[in-house]
Design a protein around this ligand. Structure first.
Ligand SMILES: [Zn+2]
Length: 108
């Protein structure tokens, strides 16, 4: 369960660390963009069952495919897609850490 909390906490720390001198409105906007990247989990709806605690999402679900990881990293280098890329990188890292914690694998 701590895994889900990390999806909210890690972006919050990112904002507090890298946007600490920005106005609250800007910080909130950045946090909302990072949170919006969780929509990537919509690909779980294609799986049956939708949630399986013995399945690693990395490498299994279409938007969690390994070949997309470099795409997400590249997105972080372009200003217009930077926050989305960073949010997706955080998301994939946290999902992978959850796989390792629960299944002892980093990806499916
Ligand atoms: Zn995910």
């Amino acid at each position: 369960m701590y895994h889900i909390a990390l999806h909210f906490i890690v972006p919050l720390f990112f904002v507090l660390l890298f946007y600490k001198k920005e106005l609250f409105k800007k910080q909130l906007k950045v946090y909302c963009i990072l949170m919006a990247t969780m929509i990537v989990d919509i690909d779980h709806l294609l799986a049956d069952p939708i949630y399986d605690p013995n399945r690693c999402s990395i490498g299994f679900h279409p938007l969690h495919a390994l070949w997309l990881m470099p795409v997400y990293i590249c997105m972080a280098f372009y200003p217009k897609t930077r926050l989305i890329g960073i949010g997706l990188i955080f998301h994939m890292m946290l999902d992978s850490m959850d796989c390792y914690h629960s299944l002892k694998i980093w990806y499916q």
